[in-house]
Write a protein that binds this ligand. Sequence first.
Ligand SMILES: NC(=O)C1=CN([C@@H]2O[C@H](COP(=O)(O)OP(=O)(O)OC[C@H]3O[C@@H](n4cnc5c(N)ncnc54)[C@H](OP(=O)(O)O)[C@@H]3O)[C@@H](O)[C@H]2O)C=CC1
Ligand SMILES: O=C(O)C1=N[C@H](C(=O)O)C[C@H](O)C1
Length: 238
Amino acid sequence: MKIALIGYGKMGKAIEEVALERGHEIVLKIDENNLSDFNKENIDKADVSIEFTGPHAAYDNLVKLFTFGATVVSGSTGWLDKLQEVQALCKEKNAAFIYASNFSVGVNLFFELNKKLAQLMHPHKQYTVTMEEIHHTQKKDAPSGTAITLAEGVLETYKELDGWVNSEEPQQGKLQIVSKRIDPAPGTHTIKYTSEIDDIVIIHEAHNRKGFALGAVVAAEFLNGKKGIYTMKEVLGL
Ligand SMILES: NC(=O)C1=CN([C@@H]2O[C@H](COP(=O)(O)OP(=O)(O)OC[C@H]3O[C@@H](n4cnc5c(N)ncnc54)[C@H](OP(=O)(O)O)[C@@H]3O)[C@@H](O)[C@H]2O)C=CC1
Ligand SMILES: O=C(O)C1=N[C@H](C(=O)O)C[C@H](O)C1
């Protein structure tokens, strides 16, 4: 498979390593130094474009890719208020798209565990649920995209909560997410149910970026040759 990397930072480089190990070819690498190479002629040379840039750039990049009719895997976080608009453009251009706030198999299993635990805990009103995410200091957005997906998983069941708040201080009626920035943390997410008597805690701790990169390449392999919008649940058969 021929891959275009839109974003060649920490994740772009990790994806390149995994893609080469799996026998794929990188035909284009875009960062802020060669944006003029990000054009239809070059994107058409790739079977799949993998976009990991960041909150400031993802939306424009995705609009550009779908306007070219590309097949796109994106993991950029911090832009999801525009997800529906981007999905509509993908459909209009008969393109293909997988977005995930986290591509690792472990986190996608953790998403399911989180939803099941919320259902189990919900009747037990003596427990208060809170979340924490820890990432490296270069991270631009807070809370993490993964933490938002986890929060949505809890809020599906805890309908009495009015959304989440990203704060050191708890806010009545909201699910609290605490963000910490500590090097070199690749990504640690904790969900805690606490009562006067005891705590129940689930944690996912990434040891490195390989799981995110491998998941993105597996998603690209799944999407190659398809049209339409898919999720990691479909890629992983969860
Ligand atoms: N879904 C998932 O599984 C994961 C998602 N992420 C997310 O991926 C994103 C990228 O993370 P990471 O690789 O660590 O970030 P980095 O800052 O290390 O890399 C970002 C890359 O994007 C490039 N870039 C910036 N602006 C543009 C633009 N307008 N067009 C093209 N390229 C651009 C940068 O270029 P330059 O270096 O020249 O500035 C750099 O190469 C973040 O949003 C992060 O949260 C991260 C890990 C896993
Ligand atoms: O910026 C990162 O590094 C990561 N970002 C993603 C997120 O915001 O959830 C995924 C992972 O936690 C690493």
